[in-house]
Design a protein around this ligand. Structure first.
Ligand code: ACO
Length: 329
């Protein structure tokens, strides 16, 4: 068994230019800025331009991460893209990212991973295991979404929640003990599909149809909310226990950004004040698999996250799927 740990040596993120404010949504729908802010914590979100695809967002974030790490894309051993909104059904978005980054010299593996909002944590866990086993030394992990394309813009219960964006990290094998990803924890429970799903799909024979309103993301938000709070409370306890740590030792909570109230309840469970929680939900909305790496990159670049800090990353999403990662920066 190898003794490698996966250390994050670079991060990056990208948001499309177009800002969609609550006020603009309220001008089109039966909603208000006040309702959206009070119930979700969201003030605005970003929307990808017409010719901007998930792979484009992913590439911008990846280029920043490569730059921070000071490495070339051709030194990567693998590219993983977590997304629920791929450019095409096939080829995988990760393969398009490989081409757009020019990482073509060594024919490295590139594939997508679909675990909805928990996708980045799932991808991080997969990459961590490739590195721990000694099968790969350097992996690019991206969470990228164009959720705006899966949304029914007439449905006020969902369209106010989501936004577009991408975040990326580069993991590298490291032999120093106690650094990088300390543990990952993944779960799924397939019995809740009716509470949250996107009805469009090739096999279902039902693709997006804006005219009929078919094929879009549908959610029974209230019920999802309760399950999310419960699952996240359990997984933070599980993560601390697996590492023999006390909650007071966590420096930063980097949560999935679905709803400020869900984040507050996880922080409360950890006994953390909100100034130790990385928050982007107000400006990004829910960017699904992109939300955790977007938040992580923001706090790395503004200097909040420092070497030696202990970070708890967590996410919950459709499936249901959920997961966490404990990281020593
Ligand atoms: N503006 C005004 N009123 C609204 C809006 C809106 N945009 N949307 C719903 N309402 C109304 C409802 O119709 C309802 O009215 P009624 O009482 O007359 O029936 C009332 O507001 C309350 O609705 P609830 O659904 O109970 O509101 P809630 O406080 O639960 O907030 C929300 C809804 C924000 C969706 C919340 O439930 C939530 O965040 N859920 C979790 C989302 C999540 O974490 N998803 C997982 C990740 S996403 C993924 O994986 C793709």
């Amino acid at each position: 068994m190898s003794t490698f740990a996966a250390r994050i040596i670079g991060s990056g993120s990208y948001l499309p230019q177009r800002i969609l404010s609550n006020a603009e949504l309220a001008s089109r729908l039966d909603t208000t800025d006040e309702w959206i802010r009070t119930r979700t914590g969201i003030s605005e979100r970003r929307i990808a331009a017409e010719q901007e695809f998930t792979s484009d967002l992913a590439c911008h974030a990846a280029q920043q991460a490569l730059q921070m790490a000071g490495i070339s894309a051709n030194t990567l051993d693998m590219i993983l893209v977590a997304t629920t909104t791929p450019d095409l059904v096939n080829p995988a978005t990760a393969v398009r990212v490989q081409r757009k980054l020019g990482a073509l010299q060594r024919q490295i593996p590139a594939f997508d991973l679909q675990a909805v909002c928990a996708g980045f944590i799932y991808a991080l866990a997969v990459a961590d295991n490739f590195i721990r086993s000694g099968s790969a030394r350097r992996i690019l992990v991206i969470g990228a979404e164009t959720m705006s394309r899966a949304i029914d813009w007439q449905d006020r219960t969902t369209c106010i929640l989501f936004g577009d964006g991408a975040g990326a990290v580069i993991l590298q094998a490291d032999q120093q003990p106690g650094v990088g990803i300390l543990s990952t924890h993944l779960h799924a429970d397939g019995q809740y599909e009716d509470l949250l799903r996107t009805e469009g799909g090739i096999s279902h024979g039902m693709l997006l149809n804006p005219l009929s309103g078919q094929g879009f993301l549908r959610m029974r938000g209230n019920e999802v909310f309760k399950q999310a709070v419960k699952a996240l409370e359990e997984i933070v306890d599980q993560t601390l226990e697996a590492n023999g740590l006390d909650k007071a030792q966590i420096d930063w909570l980097v949560p999935h950004q679905a709803n400020i109230r869900i984040i507050q309840s996880t922080a409360k469970r950890l006994g953390m004040t909100m100034d130790r929680v990385v928050l982007t939900v107000d400006r990004h909305g829910n960017t699904s698999a992109a939300s955790v790496p977007l938040a992580l990159d923001e706090a790395v670049r503004d200097g909040r996250i420092q070497p030696g800090h202990l970070l708890l990353l967590e996410a919950f999403g459709g499936g249901f799927t959920w997961g966490s990662a404990l990281v020593r920066w």
